[in-house]
Design a protein around this ligand. Structure first.
Ligand SMILES: Cc1cc2nc3c(=O)[nH]c(=O)nc-3n(C[C@H](O)[C@H](O)[C@H](O)COP(=O)(O)OP(=O)(O)OC[C@H]3O[C@@H](n4cnc5c(N)ncnc54)[C@H](O)[C@@H]3O)c2cc1C
Length: 396
């Protein structure tokens, strides 16, 4: 045997697993397809890495089994994440909504924490190591990987698959875990891009092109859930945090509702203005709320040049509908090239929630994004990756 365990994937989960195994005196070898470890950590949060969320709980995750992550989140808490990084000189600063980023450091420093602890413990991270095959032996696993055109074989009693999800193939994302699961008849919950911009196509939506570059604070909702954050209009559709959030809950053909003024009521604003100065043009009133460009674009729907006192009941209804119930029917999403995470993955019913070991294949562990555990935007996905890496380390 080459090590106590082999970990496939030096991403957030695999690196945390290697480090935690080191604390427990276990020797692991991490195999990573990319030239360097932690590729997604490096690009996360715009290079600043939103490494956890102060409010993370099972509530902010999508999974066919919403209870699955509770055990891991009890074993490794948000406080554990904060404390771990503080020990290595990274203190968190809340940006918004509980999202923690390194205060005066960035994503590179987050990766450096892991690589330096691995070096201290002698945990080996082998890069440019593309794992091609796993053979299940009576005494453990035989792992074949390719490095510089050569096939290399390793053996270990315990194996960790932490190869992540499908987003951003050009950064090394593979379907390795899903292929393995299919081959061994582990159930998979249907996968799709999540935390992904939504596209709008067709003539009616040329309106969106005019709005390109505008960012508006909105409440975005569907029949299931709502999020309040900014949305960004682009020439091809909609992006921004609130859209990324709803995208994880959106299904093709569904309509999304945009409340363009979530904290005020446009009808009350119109009533007040009518009492104060009925001559105010609708455009003037809207310009107090939105940018001129955005107000002008609303002119496609609304009688902007009418004084508020002259608005008819049906025009007021139209204004209310447009501002508070603006409906868009996305044509699709920007796919795995632009998604931050994958929805779905290996069915958590195949895995012990306490140890993250496969129920069917003993001594095989799965963690991170390859499982059917998808967090909201805001540091939740890393919290899951760290927690699952920790739990696996206790059990290998
Ligand atoms: C642009 C972007 C920004 C993001 N920002 C944030 C953020 O700020 N906060 C947050 O919480 N989440 C963020 N995420 C999500 C977060 O990056 C992932 O949820 C997290 O990295 C998943 O961890 P993981 O260890 O499961 O997978 P990864 O971190 O993806 O690691 C998997 C590793 O396995 C390797 N691998 C795959 N196949 C093989 C193979 N066959 N052989 C060897 N190695 C292999 C890959 O190269 C990769 O390095 C972001 C994602 C993206 C794409």
């Amino acid at each position: 045997m080459n090590a106590d365990a082999i970990i496939i994937g030096a991403g957030a989960c695999g690196l945390m697993c290697a480090v935690q195994a080191g604390y427990l005196g276990k020797k692991v070898i991490v195999l990573e397809k990319n030239e360097k470890p932690g590729a997604k950590i490096l690009i996360s949060g715009g290079g600043r890495c939103n490494y956890t969320n102060q409010f993370a709980s099972a509530e902010q995750f999508i999974s066919a089994n919403p209870h699955f992550i509770k055990s891991a989140f009890t074993q490794w808490t948000v406080e554990d994440t904060i404390g771990f990084f503080e020990t290595y000189g990274i203190t968190g600063k809340e940006k918004t909504l509980g999202q923690l980023f390194p205060d005066d450091k960035n994503a590179k420093d987050v990766v450096a924490v892991f690589t330096s602890i691995c070096a201290d413990f002698g945990q080996e991270i082998r890069c440019n190591a593309d794992v091609k095959d796993i053979e299940i032996l009576p005494e453990g696993f035989k792992i074949s990987y390719e490095k510089n055109g050569k096939t290399i074989i390793l053996k270990s009693e315990k194996l960790v698959i932490a190869t992540g999800g499908l987003p951003i193939p050009k950064m090394g994302a593979t379907d390795f875990a899903l292929r393995f699961a299919r081959k061994h008849e582990l159930k998979i919950i249907e996968t799709a891009p999540a935390l992904v911009p939504l596209t709008i196509t067709g003539k009616d939506e040329e309106w969106f092109a005019q709005l390109s570059g505008n960012s508006v604070f909105c409440e975005v909702s569907n029949n299931e859930i709502s999020f309040e954050e900014n949305i960004l209009f682009t020439h091809w559709g909609l992006s921004g945090p609130a859209i990324l959030q709803i995208s994880s809950f959106w299904r093709r053909g569904e309509t999304v509702n945009l409340n363009l003024l979530p904290h005020q009521n446009i009808v009350s604003l119109l009533d007040d203005e009518r009492k104060n100065n009925g001559k105010t043009l609708l455009s003037t009133l809207l310009n107090r709320i939105y940018t001129k460009k955005f107000t002008d674009a609303l002119g496609k729907f609304l009688p902007l040049n009418k004084p508020v006192a002259a608005l008819t009941k049906s025009e007021i209804d139209l204004i209310e509908q447009t501002i508070h119930h603006f409906k868009v029917k996305p044509a699709g999403d920007k796919g795995y090239d632009k998604a931050e995470v994958m929805r779905g993955g290996i069915d958590t019913n195949e895995i012990s929630s306490k140890t993250l070991e496969s129920k069917k294949i003993p001594n095989l562990f799965f963690g991170g994004e390859c499982l059917d555990v998808t967090g909201w935007l805001g540091g939740y996905n890393f919290q899951w990756a760290w927690a699952s890496g920790f739990v696996i380390a206790q059990n290998i």
